[in-house]
Design a protein around this ligand. Sequence first.
Ligand SMILES: *Cc1c(COP(=O)(O)O)cnc(C)c1O
Length: 384
Amino acid sequence: MQSKNIETLALHAGVEPDPSTGAIMTPIYQTSTYVQAAPGDHKGYEYGRTQNPTRHALQQNLAALESTTYGLCFSTGMAAIDACIKLLIPGDEVVSTNDLYGGTYRLFTKIFEPYGIKFSFVDMSNEAIVRAAMTEKTKMIWIETPTNPLLRIIDIERMISIAHENKCISVVDNTFASPYLQNPAKMGADIVMHSATKYINGHSDVVMGVLCTSNKQLWEQLSFIQNACGATPGPMDCFLTLRGIKTLHIRMQRHCENGTKIAHWLKNHSKVGDVYWPGFETHPNHAVAKKQMRDFGGMISFTLKDDAMEKALIFLSATKLFALAESLGGVESLLGHPASMTHASIPKAEREANGLKDSLIRLSVGIEHVDDLIADLEQAFALV
Ligand SMILES: *Cc1c(COP(=O)(O)O)cnc(C)c1O
């Protein structure tokens, strides 16, 4: 694939007409095994966990979208994160952000800490704090930006230079941005991780994880883990994700347009307290967002002026187009309540210390007509 443009890569990278029939769309190779002519004499495919042609096409496509050499798919985003941490051994340490996806925090602290890997959760907008957290045992820096749900922006290049100085692996969870908005590998990240469940697939009908890298040694280790641990996605899900990706750039454009209008509308609303969205010039990390992102995305969080849990709960049940649900990044608009949903696994004291108020509402702005979305929010505000 010659193009460097995501609009072309999304459709064509990794996808070839099917060699046996000429089918233009990658078939769903729904098979667990492949016939060998003689022992070891096969066409590159031996067993479904190890290789699958539909998965292969998707992996090549994702690598192109992230400007990396290799892509690997996993059954969920969490399985992709799990595979990354399995690069480490007991005694190793990871420095991570303090505004982390709740499931990642749970995996790190509840599953891997008991195996002897140590994690620190720090404010990654402050370089001095990150440097102070690095020790001789730090082997990985885990970056997530924009962060969830406060939409803070971490300077990827600054964090990667700290990783390089300390000879550790840098991983960026790029789920919130998608490959359309930012490409961490171009900024030097060793591994780019996605929950493809969100913007990449974009249609709320698949759960999947992705790792992209250009480092051959890391790719060999990660594909060994992918096969040895076995959290691989099925061919149907790979097909659906490939199909979803074909409109990634168009969906993202509309998510960003709608997000921009709704963020400004919320900011001027009398019942709204704070609005968290990196496109505002007043956002503390706006300059970093402008530097490393193509646009500002469709994720917006806000608090109610009257910061009361019960008012937030009324609002959450009152919207009609915005569906109350976990997840984000689908074509349809969703809203969520981090304190009781995605971040419920983080203790309340820790949540509040990190600025996550109980009335905080998170929007995943979809691609519906923006006037209808605003009207829906307005009728919900009228009830609180
Ligand atoms: C959803 C999500 C994950 C986990 O992915 P799953 O596909 O749900 O397993 C990890 N990181 C971020 C930022 C997410 O939003």
